[in-house]
Write a protein that binds this ligand. Structure first.
Ligand SMILES: C[S@@+](CC[C@H](N)C(=O)[O-])C[C@H]1O[C@@H](n2cnc3c(N)ncnc32)[C@H](O)[C@@H]1O
Length: 272
């Protein structure tokens, strides 16, 4: 079942982006292929991979509104002869016109094991904005209620915000795991699925109900599902039809909030 407020399209990301009007998206969130030989990607020479990323990131910049943001999740890749696991943000952070506002470390417990080095247990999120003087940050919507001393006072005033503390720039949120006896409840049949909790924090902090969120590499549709649960419109692009089908199933199973979402279908066509 397709819903018009959150929609996935089976299309190449660059092709899908080219159809979108300038400054039509409030928030973009994505994790692209990392060029590490996963089943859903075609491995390219490093320079070609980086140029391709620069192309689609620049397109994301074009379609994001002047006060909008782009959250980019990146891991590691090998740079032959130079580095075994080079953080991809080192290679991509300045390859689009976006302004880099902050890097978030997403730390998780599960991960690959290693005897030759420390086990990798994090990925990064780059929070880009178009305008560092005008962007949305709804801190109260994402405060962390786990405060150690909630009743501490200074000069008779409570020191802590009653809603909780700023969650900081290291987010400890479990990965979506697979396997017998360890599979996450939200697990769909996709090898690189976002946990909804990570996306929900970004959506709640950086967009408002009814706004349009874009994921150009939507995979199993986690960004779209989080958007639906939060009452946002969303559009995703994905090349593989089986992942599109999973995303549609997940969207159909996700209940939107009961309060109204704001009017409007997704505005799509360029020059329309
Ligand atoms: C890292 S995964 C994203 C997973 C997603 N965050 C989720 O929660 O399921 C990247 C996705 O991009 C898709 N993909 C690869 N090349 C693409 C392209 N040129 N255009 C659109 N999608 C592409 C892959 O099939 C894969 O599902």
């Amino acid at each position: 079942m397709k819903t018009s407020l959150q929609r996935i399209e089976r299309v190449d990301a660059l092709e899908g982006l080219s159809r979108l009007a300038d400054e039509s998206v409030d928030l973009a969130i994505t994790s692209p292929p990392y060029n590490i030989g996963k089943s859903y990607e075609r491995r390219l020479p490093l320079d070609e991979y980086l140029d391709w990323c620069a192309r689609w990131m620049t397109e994301v910049h074009r379609v994001v509104k002047p006060d909008g943001a782009f959250w980019l999740n990146l891991g590691y890749l090998e740079v032959p002869g130079r580095g075994r696991a080079v953080p991809i943000p080192y290679l991509l952070w300045n390859r689009s016109p976006f302004y880099l506002l902050q890097e978030i470390v997403w730390h998780y417990g599960a991960g690959v094991t290693s005897k030759a080095a420390f086990c990798p247990r994090n990925e990064k999120w780059l929070w880009f904005v178009k305008n560092p003087r005008a962007y949305r940050f709804e801190l109260d919507a994402v405060r962390d209620p786990a405060v150690k001393y909630p009743n501490q006072t200074k000069n008779g005033k409570r020191r802590c915000n009653p809603l909780g503390k700023n969650p900081g720039d290291v987010w400890i949120i479990p990965k979506v795991t697979s396997g017998r006896n360890r599979s996450s409840k939200e697990r769909a049949d996709h090898p690189a699925q976002f946990p909804l909790a990570v996306i929900r924090r970004i959506v709640d902090a950086c967009s408002a109900p009814g706004e349009l969120i874009l994921d150009p590499f939507a995979g199993s549709g986690s960004t779209l599902v989080a958007a639906r649960l939060a009452g946002r419109r969303a559009l995703g692009f994905e090349l593989k039809s089986d992942y599109c089908a999973i995303a549609e199933e997940r969207l159909a199973a996700a209940a939107p909030p009961s309060r109204p979402m704001g009017a409007g279908e997704i505005i799509m066509r360029r020059n329309a």
